[in-house]
Ligand binder design. Structure first.
Ligand SMILES: [Mn+2]
Length: 348
């Protein structure tokens, strides 16, 4: 990766040397990249640098990515607040990952913003809150935070550019996080992404095991849900937009756990005439929806999320929210509202 700022890397290396206790955090509803990058860095800091490092996430990660965190010190702030507060209180370095600002860390926002210690950002989203961090590693021209971290780690003085020096746990977490964020090398892949994968494989990382845990270990519920959504809920507009809405009653009926509908939003893009897919999910029966948007080249998921759904993200993969009663007069109006937004956006 050419654009990595070597001075910032050297400074980060020194900040690690200076630190004793370190807090690593990531965005709310942590996905594979958030969990993989924090766990990988935590493993490096503990095993290679002897630091008292812990990962503190805003809320629990889902079961399907739990293998990434096996045996790692990962706390959820919503479940272990006291222990987390103690660790943050002792920390002299805070590292925020896969997240462009503390306001995406939910309940952790206040304590992290208020902490008077050195802070580092390692991310790949647009719009980093540069003022909140002393050191910023941020570029959207990289597959994932895991990949960004990989190139930074190789620059640490004890690594000498050799991926094989990373603990096996860190290598596995990095590969898993990059794989989920690129949808197994399907999106936002750069030449550097294959170089990273190649180096990790050469270092002995077991990709087959990672793939099997990521893609062949689902609960039956998820596959049944996919059948239902694609079979009965999918609607495609004349402008080539696919819409799927999962309401709270259905969420309960399929006994879904957090993260189990992850990635389904990509599936309708396999249809030739579909240029954009939007997936709405209502967790509680309150008319508020979480929104995922994916698009094909030439249609901007990020603009659609920004203009209509209080969100944003990457060009072809974005997210947002639909609020009741601010955006819609009744929860049942969600579909009609989305369809009218789509008409305006895709005709423009
Ligand atoms: Mn990411």
């Amino acid at each position: 990766m050419d654009s990595l700022d070597l001075h910032t890397c050297a400074e980060f290396d020194r900040w690690i040397d200076d630190a004793g206790t370190i807090t690593l955090t990531a965005h709310t509803f942590p996905d594979g990249d958030a969990l993989g990058s924090t766990v990988a860095l935590c493993s490096y800091l503990r095993d290679c640098r002897g630091k008292n490092a812990a990962v503190i996430l805003p809320n629990p990660y889902s079961d399907d990515i739990a293998f990434i965190a096996e045996d790692a010190p990962v706390l959820s702030y919503s479940q272990s607040r006291e222990e987390a507060d103690r660790h943050i209180g002792r920390s002299d370095l805070i590292i925020c990952m896969d997240c462009n600002a503390f306001n995406r860390t939910e309940g952790l926002q206040d304590i992290l913003s208020a902490a008077k210690v050195r802070k580092v950002l390692i991310d790949h989203h647009l719009g980093p809150d540069r003022d909140a961090f002393g050191l910023v590693f941020s570029t959207p021209d990289i597959s994932s935070t895991c990949e960004h971290l990989f190139w930074i780690l190789l620059r640490m003085h004890d690594m000498a550019g050799d991926a094989a020096r990373l603990p096996e746990k860190a290598r596995t977490a990095l590969l898993a996080g990059m794989t989920t964020d690129t949808n197994n090398f399907a999106n936002s892949v750069f030449p550097s992404t294959f170089e990273m994968a190649s180096a990790l494989l050469a270092a002995g990382t077991d990709r087959e095991a990672v793939l099997s845990k990521l893609y062949n270990s689902y609960r039956e519920n998820r596959i049944r849900l996919i059948g239902y959504l694609l079979g009965e809920k999918l609607r495609i507009t004349e402008h080539g937009a696919a819409v799927m809405i999962l309401n709270a009653e259905e969420y309960r009926r399929f006994q879904l756990r957090e993260g189990e509908s992850e990635g389904i939003v990509n599936m309708p893009l396999a249809i030739r005439r579909v240029r954009l897919c939007i997936f709405l999910k209502e967790y509680a029966q309150d008319g508020n929806f979480h929104i995922s948007i994916r698009s094909k080249r030439g249609t901007s998921a990020a603009s659609f999320a920004r203009e209509y759904f209080h969100g944003g993200g990457h060009e072809l993969a974005a997210g947002g929210r639909l609020y009741y009663p601010q955006d819609i007069a009744a929860p049942e109006d969600a579909e009609a509202y989305v369809l009218s937004c789509l008409d305006r956006f895709l005709q423009a």
